[in-house]
Design a protein around this ligand. Sequence first.
Ligand code: KG4
Ligand code: ZN
Length: 341
Amino acid sequence: MKDVIILGIETSCDETSAAVVVNGRKILSNIIASQIDLHAEYGGVVPEIASRKHVELILPVIDSALKEAGIDLEDVDAIAVTYGPGLVGALLVGVTAAKAIAAALDKPLIKVHHIEGHIAANYISHPDLKPPYIGLIVSGGHSHIVHVKDYLDFEILGITRDDAAGEVFDKIARVLGLGYPGGPVIDKQAKLGNPKAVHFPRVNFPNGSYDFSFSGLKTAVINHINQARQKGEELNIPDICASFQQAVVDVLVDHTLKAAKSLDVNTIALAGGVASNSQLRETLQSRAQKIGMDAIFPTPVLCTDNAAMIASAGYYSFLKDEFADLTLNAIPYLSIGEGHK
Ligand code: KG4
Ligand code: ZN
């Protein structure tokens, strides 16, 4: 079969990204313009600022992706774009650009679910990966355990009932005055601390549920910090970070391994921004190995938002002739797998 070249576009949150990927697995370019510095002074993403910045960046970023790949727009077989979930104004910039290119060049348009994109990042980092496997997707907006039955067939096994894992990392970092985004800095601090110094709660739901809840943990950590401050005690930041991170990792890994065991699936693929967390990677891999399972994850650059993962996910829709038309709209709330029904 002839190579399939897909231009991917991602603008769902605070990264403007365009990528060129061949056959869903080989990256020719993956340009990511991060707006993190712009949002850092507000301690989180400001939607209106994100949309405006995407408008400024989208065309230069697409141009750079084509240039780095050494191809023209005419060489592209299809355009894949994130259409949800995400910030509606941000999503609309990518969707509009993708529709304009598809219409102008009469190329097929593919709609991609952002979380399905995160999962697909594993196809790039692990070219031999094939479904079925269990996906653990943990980002700033989502925490999901998913049974990936086939490339376009997903069953959600567990979700967070309140905060996403990354959101809690960001919140705790803010309370500790460590800046935004919180994940990388907590990860670094935790390496210097004792994960058993403070016991923070781990929430499990009855009836074999794989769901998560992190808001109680968040409150417990904030209370611990406030109480220490009120007593005038010096905070041991590395110990707090290590203990908090251990609590998140324990729950994520416990629930994921339980789900994999019950479905008799032996491969676990980690994805999303929090998948960069060193302790999560190490713990999942070592505990999986002990029970004869394989845990894999994308390279760090493919864990955070990027368009290569969107192009990769789009390739599997391309193979099934699943195309969108020019009525495609941004959908801020969208369930995994919903777009394939
Ligand atoms: O996937 P992503 O780039 O954007 C969303 O779709 O949300 O994830 C961003 C999230 C942020 O909450 C950030 O703090 C977290 O991923 N993150 C980490 C690490 N690196 C990024 N969390 C824990 N440990 C890390 N090393
Ligand atoms: Zn994401």
